[in-house]
Ligand binder design. Structure first.
Ligand code: PLP
Length: 366
């Protein structure tokens, strides 16, 4: 059965990756074993993890003074790991958080357990954009500045890297990693769960500047201590081996497609095509995010009115499903529709969705 999967995550994987994984499932590299059965210290797995790191470094042009970690615990684990490792960088134990959606708000809840949190932007009544920089209050004494590059639930994406005047910048890139080139040297820490653009749930990538290692609070669990993990090449304890293997296959696939630059061009094409239909629908479809901070990965919208006509939205989901287009329901906290257009979703698949949007409007507009 052929479907187009618009899930926000765990999300669609490239077919070529799944086919390779399937063909190697029972006998990886003539070992007679599945990757799942290999020791994390075996020569075969060492090749898998070093290959994944090499490709990630190449794709993102990661400078040499940064370590790459492959961790368990998800993005949520990093909400705790970041303050546990960095809150003590300055004696005031305070950090700046730029809250633009549910995920950065959740990161605040965790950070508040370990220090003081300064909310940089005014409290928003709804998450539909990024307040102008002249409304921000950054604290020069902050240990770090934290933001989420792409708010998966609300579809708000930073089109720029915030300026922090030398304070280490920490970024949650869980849902737009590898969708555009980034200047890694501008960051202290970047983290991203794999299950949107990079693989399957269970492994989280952390990219950390070396001078920030070794500053963890004494009570930091060893599994979250960046210095310990970096010193052991992410193998202090058992790594999520199969997830790292899938991640490695995805990174190879991105390289073969033309790298992050190509992913970025595709993301532009796909998201612009969808937003164009939404914006030109005479109010039948209603975008929920301001044009200058619209995500290229997650496109949320309402149908029938700005607040959404639930009957029409349910009909949309039903008819989309009949056309093989699935997992389009908006997050339960937001409602409406959300189309996630991650790297593995092709331009042609996005075009098929655009055609469906047009057909649905033609059929149902009063
Ligand atoms: N950050 C972002 C931007 C996310 O989209 C998610 C999950 O969807 C998370 C963090 C949390 O990740 P996890 O569920 O792997 O802990």
């Amino acid at each position: 059965m052929s479907v187009i999967n618009f899930s926000a995550g765990p999300a669609k994987l490239p077919k070529a990756v799944l086919e390779t994984a399937q063909s190697e499932m029972l006998n990886y590299n003539n070992t007679g074993l599945s990757v799942m059965e290999l020791s994390h210290r075996s020569a075969d797995f060492t090749k898998i993890i070093t290959g994944a790191e090499k490709n990630l470094r190449e794709l993102l042009d990661i400078p040499e003074n940064y370590k790459v970690l492959f961790k368990q615990g998800g993005g949520t684990g990093q909400f705790s790991a970041v303050p546990l490792n960095l809150m003590g960088l300055k004696p005031g134990r305070c950090a700046d958080y730029i809250v633009t959606g549910s995920w950065s708000a959740k990161a605040v809840q965790e950070a508040e357990k370990y220090g003081k949190v300064n909310k940089v932007v005014p409290k928003l009544s709804k998450y539909s954009g990024i307040p102008d920089v002249d409304q921000w209050t950054l604290n020069p004494e902050a240990s770090y500045v934290y933001y989420c590059a792409n708010e998966t639930i609300h579809g708000v994406e930073f089109p720029y890297i915030p300026e922090t005047n030398g304070v280490p910048l920490v970024c949650d890139m869980s849902s737009n990693m590898l969708s555009r080139p980034v200047d890694v040297s501008k960051f202290g820490v970047i983290f991203a769960g794999a299950q949107k653009n990079m693989g399957c749930a269970g492994v989280t990538i952390v990219i950390i500047r070396e001078d920030l290692l070794g500053k963890a609070d004494p009570q930091c669990p060893v599994t979250y201590d960046y210095k310990v993990q970096a010193g052991n090449n992410s193998l202090y304890n058992t790594a999520p081996t199969y997830n790292i293997y899938i991640l490695g296959l995805v990174l190879q696939w991105v390289k073969e497609q033309g790298g992050v630059k190509k992913m970025s061009e595709n993301a532009d094409l796909k998201s612009k095509a969808v937003y164009e239909v939404v914006d030109n629908s005479n109010g039948f479809y209603n975008a929920t995010v301001e044009p200058c901070s619209r995500s290229r990965m997650n496109v949320p919208f309402r149908i029938g009115s700005k607040e959404g006509n639930e009957t029409l939205e349910n009909l949309f989901l039903e008819e989309a499903k009949q056309n093989g287009m699935i997992q389009l329901k908006g997050h339960r906290s937001v409602g409406g529709i959300r189309a996630s257009l991650y790297n593995a979703l092709s331009v042609d698949e996005a075009r098929a969705f655009v055609q469906f949007l047009k057909d649905f409007q033609a059929k149902h507009q009063m």
